[in-house]
Design a protein around this ligand. Structure first.
Ligand code: 5GP
Length: 113
């Protein structure tokens, strides 16, 4: 069974996609916690979380951070909070690694902080 984010990559379910290249896709979170709340996602579902991604493909993690910066500059003032939830008790619900990009401006309560 493919992850929900793979199903977005495959256009099996709709999303508001704001960026895509051969390795990464980004789209608006369905339940935004800030004025800008994007999910930046490697297309591969090989890595469940950022720890696995950092160990398995650090260049892809670096590219994900660069894409996050680009999108925060396009959609807000270039400053952003980058959140990776790691494990259910930390709030992770989708086990296909993804960065939350929150920006413009952040208020108390965003993602529980
Ligand atoms: P996590 O809790 O795993 O860190 O983050 C999962 C995120 O995916 C949540 O913020 C949730 O709102 C978002 N999400 C879950 N399902 C969908 C969906 O079908 N479409 C979009 N755009 N976001 C989703």
């Amino acid at each position: 069974m493919s992850s929900i984010f793979t199903r977005i990559v495959e256009r099996e379910i709709p999303a508001d996609i704001v960026f895509e290249n051969d390795r990464i896709i980004a789209f608006k979170d369905i339940a935004p916690q800030a004025p800008v709340h994007l999910l930046v996602v490697p297309k591969t579902e090989q890595y469940a979380n950022v720890v696995e991604l950092a160990a398995g493909d650090p260049a892809l993690l670096a590219e994900l951070v660069a894409v996050s910066q680009k999108l925060a500059t396009e959609q807000a003032n270039g400053e952003f909070r980058l959140v990776f939830n790691n494990g259910p008790s930390a709030g992770q619900t989708v086990f296909h690694v993804h960065a939350h990009v929150l920006s413009g401006p952040i208020t108390e309560g965003s993602l529980g902080f």
